[in-house]
Structure formats: structure tokens, C-alpha cells
Unconditional design. Sequence first.
Length: 112
Amino acid sequence: MASLASYTTLYVTAVGLNGDPDLKHIAAVRWDPGSLDPEESSLADFVQWLDRGAGRAFVRRSDGTRGPRVRVNSDGISRYLRSNPDDRSNQDELLLLPTWQLHRPKKHSRRV
């Protein structure tokens, strides 16, 4: 298992969502240093790594090219990731990446 601190440049390849497909619901990041298998980090760990300024991250587009730089943004209440919006759709390219849901719906059991 790789450590974020070991790298200076990473490529975000997928995002884990905790709810709707929205930047503020990104709770985990799948990243690729370019030479190893993809790794996953929590949003908190990834934000801390970016905040320290020891590294930078970019979106890895589906065609394999480097996309916009990933930055930490804040609305005064929460901190979240964002990249430059795609010019055509004005949608952040992080939301164009593959996603997975982190929460699982509760299974309701019925006792008889």
C-alpha cells in the first residue's frame, strides 16, 4: 500500500461519493501515481496532503490524458475538492470520473 506522502504528483482516477453526485459529497479519492496500482484515500487525508503543499494532483481523463489540477475549495463550512470546470458543460471534471458509492442503504429486517 502506497502513502500519499511518497508522491509529488498524483492523478485522480475515480471519486467515492457519499450521496448525490456533487463536489461536496466526494468522500474518497482513487488515485494513481502513474507507476503502481491505483490506491484510495479518504477526502480528509487527500485534502491534508494537498494543503501541506508537498504535492499536486490532476484529473486523469478517460482517454488517459492529464486533465485540470485538483484543488481544495471551501464554502466556509466544509472543505472539498474541485478542478477547473470543463468549458463545454461547465461541469467540474472530477464529476466526470467514474464513481462509487461509499454508503450502503440500510437493510430493514422485519421481526415476526
